[in-house]
Write a protein that binds this ligand. Structure first.
Ligand SMILES: Nc1ncnc2c1ncn2[C@@H]1O[C@H](COP(=O)(O)OP(=O)(O)OP(=O)(O)O)[C@@H](O)[C@H]1O
Length: 354
């Protein structure tokens, strides 16, 4: 039950010079859970709609289960989708909301009523709302409603699930539990799932693979670990979490930071020249230094002290496992960095360089 997209190009209706999808190719293997991430306007929804068969495209192809789906209607693609504002029908009970996709089938295709009722109950059990079939959607919490929307998408037994920001309206705690539940459901039913989300933590938590989009193109397609260790561009690194940037020079296998309060470190094999080191806030240690950079404790995060270190021309926020006194003077030691030159990675994250 795979989805393969080959060189998809879509331009804006009535404006052929505005390219929405710029030669997108993507392989979503059977049973995988893929997250599509990227800034607003990157083309995530456009791509999802093209896969679902809701919008046409100018060139390229969408292949579903090894079959060219270009001419197939959304219904014939065996796909379920849930969008952020895909509200439940207020004038129908939860059970009828779930069975809606079956109820509207032509008589020849529609399963017998007893089968529909059985399937609805099965889905109610699956979304952990076994006794809620008879209630009105207004009585449900946000998280429960979202689970009903998913059950509704699953009623026709699609093998593929397309989700566009389905948890956007939920509070963070409910959101976390619904996404864990969704991942378990995906595994249990053997679905192939594509989730569009703005939330990089959500994507990293729930998916096997992340596809990062920018300006209608795929910038990187990789698993969470590979993305963290080897982001293709500084944009990917910054998009996936808080990033600190240190400019400097490589000379004779040493990185010499432009900031005087950052210790040099060895970068064996990297050619001489200007370079940018990108790190996460916890990938740096501090030591006391006479005439170092002033550091100030500004909070706590996951048990780490959050320190604002004044580098002179800017302040960088780091996370330190060491308790630290206000007003200390420090030197920074970078433990792990990804090195970029001309916007491309030249050396991946490497621990223990200090
Ligand atoms: N029908 C359309 N006509 C013209 N431009 C469009 C159309 N649909 C989308 N766009 C433009 O295409 C680009 C991609 O939009 P899309 O909704 O796919 O982005 P997105 O990555 O899903 O963004 P968001 O995260 O904000 O939902 C945007 O610049 C948007 O304005």
């Amino acid at each position: 039950m795979s989805v393969r997209i080959e060189n998809l190009v879509r331009t804006a209706p009535g404006n052929a010079s505005k390219v929405l999808l710029d030669g997108v190719s993507l392989d979503v293997p059977d049973g995988s859970f893929m997250a599509l991430v990227g800034p607003s306007g990157a083309g995530k929804t456009t791509l999802l709609r093209a896969i679902a068969g809701l919008d046409a495209f100018q060139s390229g192809s969408v292949v579903i289960d090894e079959r060219d789906a270009t001419g197939l209607s959304a219904r014939d693609r065996n796909i379920g989708f849930v969008f952020q504002n895909y509200a439940l029908f207020r004038n129908m009970t939860v059970a009828r909301n779930i069975s809606f996709g079956l109820d509207v089938m032509s008589r020849s295709q529609r399963p017998p009523q007893a089968e529909i009722d059985r399937r609805v109950q099965e889905l109610l059990d699956l979304i952990h709302l076994p006794d809620m079939g008879g209630v009105w959607p207004q009585r449900l919490s946000g998280g429960q409603r979202q689970r009903v929307a998913l059950a509704r998408a699953l009623a026709t037994r699609p093998r593929h699930l397309l989700l566009d920001e389905p948890f956007g309206a939920l509070d963070p705690v409910v959101r976390r539990s619904v996404r864990e539940w969704l991942r378990a459901l995906h595994d249990q039913l053997g679905l192939t799932t594509i989730l569009v989300t703005h939330d990089h933590e959500e994507a990293l938590d729930v998916s096997d693979r992340l596809v990062v989009m920018q300006d209608g193109r795929i910038v990187q397609d990789a698993g969470p670990d590979a993305l963290e260790a080897r982001p293709a561009t500084p944009f990917v690194m910054e998009f996936l979490g808080e990033t600190l940037k240190f400019a400097g020079q490589v000379s004779g296998g040493m990185f010499i930071p432009a900031d005087p309060h950052v210790a040099r470190f060895s970068v064996p094999g990297v050619a001489d020249g200007e370079i940018i080191a990108l790190i996460r806030p916890h990938e740096v240690r501090i030591t006391s230094a006479v005439n170092g950079a002033p550091a100030r404790k500004v909070g706590l995060r996951y048990g780490f002290a959050r320190l604002a270190v004044d580098m002179g021309d800017r302040v960088v926020d780091i996370l330190s496992a060491t308790p630290w006194d206000v007003g200390e003077s420090v030197e920074l030691h970078i433990d792990a960095a990804r090195l970029f030159r001309n916007g491309r990675m030249v050396e991946e994250r490497c621990d223990g360089w200090a």
